[in-house]
Design a protein. Structure first.
Length: 364
C-alpha cells in the first residue's frame, strides 16, 4: 500500500492545493494512505479533517522579523517540531513526502529528505515562497504554476503543472446565472471579488464610486467578504437597484464566473489559475500585504502576455472603477484578454501533480 505524507498550510492558498493533490491520489489509488502534517493552531488543523484526512500538528511558528529576541522561543519550537516530525515519519513510514509551502512544510520536508524519503514540492506563486526556496536542494521534483521559475529552483527539477483549482467552476450556464442573480442578458456584468475575508482596498474603491457604477448601466455582483458586508450594504443603499447585488459570499462561483464579462480580483495563485482556466478578462489588484509581494509577480505573469490589466493597490481608489467601466465596454480588448488568458491555462493540475508523486515512488 502506498503511503504519502503531505505537509503545509497557514493559508487557504497552501491548504487547497494540498487537499486537491490528496483527492487526486485517492481517486487514482483508493487504498493509498495519506497523512497530513500541519502547524498547531493554524487553519489546516480544521480544514484538513473537514476534507476527510488525518492531520498531525507541529508546534512550529514563523520568525518574528520585528522583535528579534522573541525568536529564541521560535527556535526552541523549531527544534521540537523537527524532533516530532522525525517521530511522525519513523512511525508512518511514507513512500514519498509532498510539501506545499508554509512553516510546517519546512520542518517535515527537511526531516523527510534526511531520512531518505523522496520529496516533491508544489509552488503556487510566481515568486517562490521562503520555505520552498530553502528546500530546493532537498527536493527531487518541484511542480510550479508559472514559467521562468528557474530563477528560484534548479531547472532539471521543475515541472510546469499549474495550480489545482476548484473542480466545479467550469461549465456554469450563463442563462441560469443571469436568472440566479436577477440580471438582464442585454447588459454587461462586472464581477468584483474581495476574497473570503474581503479586500479593503477593492471594497473602498467600489464604495467611493458607487454613483458612477449606478450611472453606467453596468450590472455588478460585488462580493465583499465577511468583514465588509455591513459597511458595503449601508453605502450601497442609495444606489440599490436590480443591477447591483451586494453579498459577503457567493456560493455558486461557477455561475458568477459564467455571466461575468469582466472580473476585478486580487492576484492570489488560486484566483489567477481560475481566471486562466475560464478565460476571463480581469483587472488584478495585487495585495501589498503578502510575503515578497508575490501577488504582483503573479499578476505580471498575465500582464506581460496581455492577458490581464494591472491596477496597483495604491492607485485603486483613483483608477480601479474608471478603468473597469471603460474596459467592460471595449469588446476588442475584452476578446484579446480572454484569448491570451486561455493560452496560459494549465489543465488537470491536481492529477498531473499526483502522477509526479507516484513517479517519484516508482523511481525510488
Amino acid at each position: 500500500m502506498m503511503k504519502v505524507l503531505i505537509s503545509g498550510g497557514g493559508t487557504g492558498g497552501h491548504i487547497f492545493p494540498a487537499v486537491s493533490i490528496a483527492n487526486a491520489l485517492r481517486e487514482k489509488y483508493p487504498d493509498c494512505e495519506i497523512l497530513f502534517v500541519g502547524a498547531e493552531s493554524r487553519m489546516e488543523m480544521e480544514r484538513v479533517p473537514a476534507a476527510g484526512y488525518n492531520i498531525v500538528g507541529l508546534p512550529i511558528r514563523g520568525f518574528d522579523r520585528k522583535h528579534i529576541l522573541k525568536n529564541v522561543s521560535v527556535l526552541i519550537d523549531l527544534f521540537k517540531s523537527m524532533r516530532k516530525a522525525k517521530k511522525i515519519i519513523k512511525d508512518f513510514q511514507p513512500d514519498v513526502a509532498v510539501g506545499v509551502g508554509g512553516y510546517a512544510s519546512g520542518a517535515a520536508m527537511k526531516v523527510a529528505a534526511r531520512m531518505g524519503v523522496p520529496v516533491l514540492l508544489q509552488e503556487q506563486n510566481g515568486f517562490a515562497g521562503v520555505t520552498n526556496k530553502l528546500l530546493k536542494n532537498d527536493a527531487k521534483k518541484i511542480c510550479v504554476a508559472y514559467e521562468g521559475m528557474e530563477k528560484f529552483f534548479p531547472a532539471d527539477k521543475i515541472v510546469l503543472t499549474g495550480n489545482p483549482v476548484r473542480q466545479n467552476l467550469a461549465g456554469g450556464d450563463k442563462t441560469e446565472a443571469l436568472k440566479e442573480f436577477g440580471f438582464s442578458a442585454d447588459k454587461k456584468v462586472l464581477l468584483i471579488i474581495g476574497g473570503s475575508l474581503g479586500a479593503r482596498t477593492i471594497n473602498n474603491s467600489v464604495i467611493a464610486h458607487l454613483s458612477e457604477i449606478a450611472e453606467s448601466g453596468v450590472q455588478v455582483l460585488w462580493q465583499t467578504g465577511k468583514g465588509y458586508i455591513e459597511a458595503a450594504r449601508k453605502a450601497a443603499e442609495p444606489f440599490m437597484s436590480e443591477r447591483l447585488v451586494v453579498t459577503d459570499f457567493v456560493g455558486r462561483m461557477d455561475l458568477a464566473y459564467a455571466m461575468a464579462d469582466l472580473v476585478i480580483s486580487r492576484a492570489g495563485a488560486s484566483s489567477i489559475s481560475e481566471l486562466c482556466l475560464l478565460g476571463k478578462p480581469s483587472i488584478l489588484v495585487p495585495s501589498p500585504n503578502v510575503a515578497e509581494d508575490h501577488q504582483t509577480h503573479n499578476a505580471m505573469a498575465l500582464v506581460n502576455k496581455d492577458a490581464a490589466v494591472l491596477v496597483k493597490d495604491v492607485d485603486a481608489d483613483k483608477d480601479l472603477i474608471s478603468t473597469a467601466l471603460t474596459l467592460i465596454n471595449d469588446e476588442a480588448k475584452l476578446h484579446e484578454l480572454s484569448n491570451n488568458t486561455k493560452k496560459l491555462a494549465q489543465f488537470d493540475s491536481a492529477n498531473r501533480i499526483a502522477d509526479e508523486v507516484v513517479n517519484l515512488i516508482k523511481t525510488k
